[in-house]
Design a protein. Structure first.
Lengths: 914, 417
């Protein structure tokens, strides 16, 4: 396979790079400075063959800096002459197209079919030989180099197979080895398992012990229960003997006493000392009799008071309110009578005043005037009309007066005396002014002077005004006189109309004619006064008549009351109330005394009844007691008293014993109930103190035994608790299970590592067997070319010696490739092996281009010539790309048929090939 | 008749938790589950509780568990609930290691061997409400079809069969030994109104008519036994319309979580976040009970940039502890064996170098196409007496080997050993 031409549209820093159209030769020299794009160029060619990796624009290291899609194409010629047009572009994913003989195939991002026999990683690492790779040989173990060359076929991404196998073996060995040397995880776990099995055995033993202890505990608890029951029984017995037995015996004594005392009903309500009781009853009887007698005597006094309250007293007392009412009226009657007399006098005064007023108005007596007509006169209206009339009349008088002033007689003319007085006043004033000039005190003459002049001036002006008016009135006189006459006539007519309107209001009243000729305001005033006097007179009259009626009624009612109540009124009852009230007071006092006596009498009676009841009761009790005592004594009271006393004493002792028991034993009822439920025939009720001691000792003994067994139970429980806290079989089993799994996993991990080591070693061995002879043979041929025949064979040591040895015509004895050999020879061997591996890798497929990056720059000219010759030889079957920054080296290769492609410093533009 | 049907309680199972505390809690969880079943039986006022075998896990019963079982059965006895307990392969009756030595309450009927027993169940008021007929395992390797021994009685009452058996058509058989195998067709035709089965730990209905049920084990015991665990409350008062309801009794629940989206998780925090996200997604549809305690097995799968860190046991432990906190789980087990570098084996399998050769060889041996020359004595875990050949053992070990080899041999982006 070879590239005929290459077009890089955009790829990393390379832009628009085009190789000549006539095609590229077998040797292509890419000349450019360091960082000029040679690595980019190699990556581009790899991408053309294998596609973009990674296949995303974001992550691809050679995405163009401009942000555009990486893109390029090339024309390839296969070994059989087939021409391929390849076009690849990195869109969002890798895109590719291949045209073969007018047939277009979609490559997507897949490798070309022609390169599939060499994986991309291998192509990247093996088909590109760099200066760094050769230069690094000096510092590297030849064994590793040899491994990489033969085992990894030159790939630099592999760890030597033998190292990997050793690592697996080391891993396996750390986990388990057939021998017991060293620390082995699986054996440690196995040991732990053994130890756990021992612990399990102990746990089983503990479990047995636990169960045994549990059984012991069960038995001990049963025994403890039994002992406690027996102790409870003994305690009950002891309880009976120490507590119940004394109570039981006291109760028996009580029963005996009660039996001897006989029927309790017979002693019921009998006094403790019957004789004393009998004496006491006798004393009380006598005292009651004395008290009754005394009460009878006390009754006499109230009875006499009751008798003193007579029927007359009762009548007065029962009518107390009526009597008091009559007395009140008698007191008011006198005042009423006086007021009637006073009223009559006032009425007469008003009638006289009415007559005085009426005679000025009317020509009849006041009481002959029709009151209705008089009341109908509107005095207010009348007053208005009179005012109107008087106003008109006054207007007429003024008009008439004016007419008289218009006449000459009526005008005033200034007198000469007035003028003379003015002159005198002025003259005096001037004199005083002159005098003030000659006096020591000028103020007084000055004042008099000014006053005199002022008076003279005023009088003079007044005289002049009168003189002026007089002249003007004489001039106007004749016209005014005529007009005034006419006006007087008109007012007079109005005056008459006004008077007529007054007469309309009072026409029906007999008023003096003179009053109506020129009515004055006295007319309505007099009419109003008369009306008021008549009203006042009427009111007094009505009031008087009312009092007269009241006087008459009161007198009549006193008379009626006296009659109705049959009161013997005193002769002056209507004149004076004092005797009446005195008689009432006497009656009430008698009544109060009688009432008090009644209450006192009632009290004495009740007290007497009480005393009588007590007397009867005492008699009954004494009789009853005596009768019962007679029965006790068989008819003999003294003996009966003695017998009763004895039985009462017995019963008291029984009661006393009961009370003691109650005090001593608050729960006596329960104890009694308990005793009732017990078998009284039991012999323990007859037990003595010795029996009590035996029982108490037994209780004590049982208590000790209970404590002993209880302690044993506690001990067993504690032991069981401790045993339960210890590791149990199931716990150990779980632990064993856990460790067992870890052990199995460890063993499996070990065996797996061991097998993997085996696989790697076996693969390495087989690979070497399969490929090493061919590679070494081919490498020997290549080495012969490079060393100009000095070495022409590479062989492997025998047995376990896997080192490489060189042979040649000059070296019939194999020379071991390693440290003794020169660096130059090592590089030549390395190159020969690499070339042989490349030939081996694509021996059965398309021969892929070889890339040399400054590979021989450090070689001397002789060796480099031979290397170039070798390259020229190789280029007959395989296109060779040479990357260099040295123009002289490029020229050397150009001399051997190579074509130079120049990359400028910016790396983008190719110069034209030479 | 109403009853609670449980099975496979496996008391005193040897749990393999990381710590003593976890193991103790797991052991306690089985007891708690049984206690919940008892409480449910009383709350539901059932007439009986049926225990279809494997009440105990092994030969030995701890003293504490023994007391606990008797106490719980005593509670049922006090409530007047009869217990019918047919033994299974884990607690066979013949050896008398368990049942024979315990002083069962009078209301407990133990069926210790294959001889069928018919137990009348008395309901409220003292009237019989149904008949339970069952057989137990006499030995731990019972191979006969005990179902064929069970016949319904002639009494006109609901007839229930109880048996610890492996119905051959059931799901989840791969982890169980085929003890007392039975055939579903026979069970259907046997004339019982309900088959109360035990042995298979995966809860399932074998048949609807008549109802044949495995309640599953009462409490999950390993990451294989996931999901809610408990028992069935069965109502056969109307045998023509049986009601079977599941009740979750387990207090600890096991769950598996496979996380294969770790390619972008560059740090352990990212990884934990990815796992937590996956867990939250799972719990959204199945949140469990409010008081459920979780035992979670997290399987990390596929390429991860953290593959090297996750090869360190300390790192894995740290991740597990952090996840336990994040998920609110009692314990989280993190499995990393299927984690590998981001490099894809497919990209390197055809390489003409020793890496390609090793990958191809691992595949070839793992696929059984060729063998490696490895002596059995060189293997620590190969036990010839357990059956299987050394080649089979090696093949089993080589699962994921190409990825492992690639991880160790590839240099550029992943450093070698």
């Amino acid at each position: 396979m070879r590239f005929d031409n290459i077009q890089i549209a955009r790829y990393g820093r390379l832009t628009d790079v085009r190789t000549p159209e006539e095609g590229l030769p077998p040797i292509v020299v890419v000349l450019g400075p360091n960082e000029g794009g040679k690595s980019t160029f190699f990556s581009f060619l790899t991408t053309l063959l294998y596609g973009f990796a990674p296949a995303t624009r974001e992550s691809h290291p050679y995405s163009p800096w401009s942000g555009e899609d990486a893109e390029g194409r090339a024309q390839l010629r296969l070994d059989d002459g087939t021409v391929l047009d390849i076009h690849r572009r990195l869109l969002s994913n890798g895109w590719g197209r291949m045209v073969v003989a007018d047939r277009t195939e979609d490559l997507r991002n897949q490798p070309l079919p022609a390169v599939e026999h060499v994986p991309r990683p291998v192509f990247n690492q093996v088909y590109a030989l760099t200066l760094a790779e050769l230069a690094g040989l000096a510092g590297e173990s030849w064994d590793l180099i040899q491994d990489r060359l033969v085992g990894a076929m030159g790939s630099s991404d592999l760890v030597a197979a033998r190292s990997v196998a050793s690592w697996f073996e080391k891993q396996a060995g750390s986990l388990w080895r057939p021998n017991r040397r060293g620390n082995q995880a699986a054996r440690t776990l196995a040991a732990e398992l053994s130890e756990l099995k021992e612990r399990r055995r102990q746990a089983v033993e503990l479990d047995r012990t636990l169960r045994s202890k549990a059984r012991e505990l069960d038995a001990a608890e049963k025994k403890l229960k039994k002992l406690r029951e027996e102790r409870e029984h003994s305690k009950v017995l002891e309880y009976r003997l120490t507590r119940l037995l004394p109570i039981h015996r006291k109760l028996e004594r009580i029963a005996e006493l009660e039996a001897e005392a006989g029927d309790p009903a017979e002693l019921d309500e009998l006094p403790g000392d019957p004789q004393a009781r009998l004496d006491e009853l006798r004393d009380r009887y006598r005292a009651a009799e004395d008290r009754i007698k005394r009460l009878d005597e006390e009754m006499e006094e109230p009875r006499s008071a009751i008798r003193a309250f007579t029927g007359q007293h009762r009548a007065w007392a029962e009518n107390e309110d009526a009597v008091r009412g009559v007395a009140d009226r008698v007191v008011g009657l006198h005042e009423l009578r006086e007021s009637v007399d006073k009223m009559e006098q006032e009425v007469r005064d008003f009638e006289r005043r009415c007559q005085v007023t009426a005679q000025d108005l009317f020509n009849v007596f006041w009481n002959d005037v029709d009151r209705q007509l008089l009341d109908m006169v509107p005095t207010g209206e009348l007053r208005e009309r009179v005012r109107k009339y008087q106003s008109t009349r006054e207007g007429r008088r003024i008009a008439e007066e004016s007419g008289r002033r218009i006449r000459p007689v009526g005008t005033t003319t200034p007198s000469p005396q007035q003028l003379a007085a003015a002159a005198i006043a002025s003259g005096v004033g001037i004199i005083f002014l002159i005098l003030q000039a000659f006096t020591a005190t000028p103020t007084v003459p000055l004042v008099f002077g000014v006053a005199g002049l002022t008076l003279g001036l005023v009088l003079g002006v007044h005289w002049w005004q009168q003189q002026h008016r007089s002249k003007r009135s004489i001039h106007d006189k004749s016209d005014a006189d005529r007009m005034n006459d006419r006006r007087v006539w008109e007012i007079r007519t109005d005056e008459e109309d006004a008077r007529e309107r007054i007469l309309e209001l009072v026409a029906d009243l007999p008023i003096h004619e003179a009053l109506l000729e020129a009515p004055s305001l006295d007319l309505p005033a007099s009419l109003e006064r008369l009306k008021e006097l008549m009203v006042d007179r009427d009111e007094r009259e009505r009031s008087r008549q009312a009092r007269v009626r009241k006087l008459r009624d009161t007198t009549q009612r006193i008379q009626e009351l006296s009659t109705t109540l049959e009161l013997p009124l005193p002769p002056d009852a209507l004149e004076d109330a004092v005797p009446l009230l005195r008689m009432l007071k006497e009656a009430l006092a008698a009544r109060d005394r009688a009432n008090g006596a009644e209450r006192e009498l009632e009290r004495i009676r009740r007290e007497k009844q009480q005393a009588e009841r007590e007397l009867n009761e005492i008699a009954a009790v004494a009789h009853s007691l005596a009768r019962r005592l007679l029965r006790f004594g068989g008819g003999d009271l003294a003996r009966g008293v003695q017998e009763a006393k004895h039985r009462i004493d017995l019963r008291s002792r029984a009661v006393q014993l009961k009370e003691e028991l109650d005090r001593e034993y608050p729960d006596l009822d329960l104890i009694r109930e308990e005793l009732n439920q017990l078998d009284m025939s039991d012999r323990t009720w007859q037990a003595d103190s010795e029996a009590r001691a035996v029982t108490a000792a037994r209780v004590e003994e049982l208590t000790e035994q209970v404590e002993e067994v209880r302690a044993s139970v506690e001990t067993l429980r504690t032991e069981i608790q401790h045993l339960e806290e210890a590791e149990t079989v199931d716990q150990v089993d779980s632990h064993i299970e856990s460790v067992g799994i870890r052990h199995d996993e460890t063993v499996r991990e070990r065996d797996r590592a061991y097998v993997l080591a085996h696989v790697v070693r076996e693969a390495d061995r087989r690979f070497r067997e399969a490929h090493q002879p061919d590679i070494l043979k081919s490498a020997g041929r290549q080495l012969g070319h490079i060393t100009d025949g000095r070495y022409n064979r590479i062989i492997v040591g025998e047995g376990n010696d896997e080192a490489f040895y060189l042979k040649g015509p000059e070296y019939p004895k194999p020379v071991r490739v390693g440290s003794p050999i020169s660096t130059g020879t090592r590089e030549q061997v390395y190159l020969a092996l690499r070339l042989a591996i490349i030939d081996h890798l694509d021996a059965r497929g398309e021969r892929l281009p070889l890339f040399m990056d400054e590979a021989f720059v450090n070689w001397d000219s002789g060796r480099r010539d031979r290397a170039f010759e070798l390259m020229a030889r190789i280029s007959r079957t395989r296109q060779v790309f040479f990357f260099t920054c040295h123009p002289e080296m490029a020229d050397e290769l150009a001399d051997r048929g190579g074509r130079i492609i120049r990359l400028n410093e910016s790396g983008a533009r190719p110069l034209s090939p030479r | 008749m109403r009853f609670v049907h449980i099975a496979d309680v496996h008391l005193d199972t040897a749990f393999a938790g990381r710590s003593d505390e976890i193991r103790r809690r797991l052991r306690q969880a089985s007891r708690d589950a049984l206690q919940r079943a008892v409480e449910a039986a009383i709350a539901e006022k059932v007439d009986a509780m049926l225990i279809a075998g494997d009440l105990f896990d092994g030969e030995r019963l701890s003293f504490e568990t023994e007391r606990f079982v008797l106490e719980q059965l005593g509670v049922l006895s006090d409530a007047g609930i009869r217990v019918v307990y047919a033994t299974g392969n884990h607690d066979p009756g013949r050896r008398r290691i368990r049942g024979g030595k315990l002083e069962w309450p009078a209301t407990v009927t133990l069926i210790p061997d294959g001889r069928p027993r018919a137990v009348p169940i008395v309901g409220e008021g003292g009237y019989p409400v149904g008949i339970v007929t069952g057989a137990g395992h006499a030995s731990s390797r019972e191979t006969t079809d005990l179902a064929r021994e069970l016949k319904p009685t002639d009494v006109d009452l609901p007839q229930v069969a109880i048996l610890h058996t492996q119905v051959l058509s059931a799901r989840g058989l791969e982890v169980h030994q085929p003890y007392a195998p039975s055939d579903v067709d026979y069970l259907r035709s046997a004339g019982f109104d309900y088959w109360a089965l035990g042995h298979v730990h995966l809860r399932q209905q074998i048949s609807a008519e008549p109802p044949i049920h495995y309640p599953g084990n009462l409490q999950g015991r390993s990451p294989r036994e996931t999901g809610p665990k408990g028992g069935l409350v069965v109502d056969l008062r109307d045998p023509a319309n049986p009601q079977v309801d599941f009740r979750e009794f387990a207090t600890v629940r096991w769950e598996k979580l496979q996380v294969d989206t770790l390619g972008g998780a560059e740090t352990l925090e990212h990884l934990i976040r990815a796992v937590t996200q996956k867990w939250d997604d799972a719990r959204r549809t199945d949140p469990g009970e409010t008081d459920t305690e979780w035992m979670v097995a997290v399987d990390l799968i596929g390429p991860s940039p953290l593959w090297r860190e996750l090869r360190q046991p300390e790192e894995v432990t740290q991740v597990a502890n952090e996840l336990a906190l994040q998920l609110g789980a009692m314990e989280v087990e993190v499995r990393v064996s299927r984690i590998h570098p981001r490099a894809d084996v497919r990209d390197h399998a055809d390489r003409q170098d020793v890496l390609g050769a090793a990958i191809r060889l691992a595949r070839s041996v793992g696929g059984g196409h060729e063998s490696l020359d490895i002596a059995p004595d060189d293997m620590a875990g190969f036990k010839p007496d357990r059956g299987g050949s050394i080649d089979e053992y090696v093949r089993d070990l080589l699962e994921g080997a190409p990825e492992e080899i690639l991880a160790q041999m590839l240099v550029p982006r992943e450093e070698g050993p």
